[in-house]
Design a protein around this ligand. Structure first.
Ligand SMILES: [Zn+2]
Length: 75
């Protein structure tokens, strides 16, 4: 029985990738999308958690008690 100790090369690679990531000039640009939440039916400024990429955006409803997550096509 032996215990293998792997080097933390995955962690190192991740750190390098993060260090090389370009600095977002405007982190708030496109961070919200005014739309109708399919979860609660309200007009909301949905939080864009991923995208637009540029066709679809992953959105989260900001309303307390809803928090619905969905993907919406953006044009
Ligand atoms: Zn909602």
């Amino acid at each position: 029985m032996s215990t293998m100790t792997l080097p933390d090369y995955l962690g190192d690679a991740k750190r390098v990738r993060e260090a090389r990531a370009p600095i977002e000039a405007d982190p708030f640009k496109g961070a919200f999308l005014t739309t109708i939440c399919p979860g609660c039916g309200h007009d909301v400024n949905a939080l864009v958690v991923d995208g637009p990429d540029p066709v679809f955006a992953d959105l989260v409803c900001p309303r307390v008690g809803c928090g619905h997550e969905w993907t919406e096509a953006v044009t």
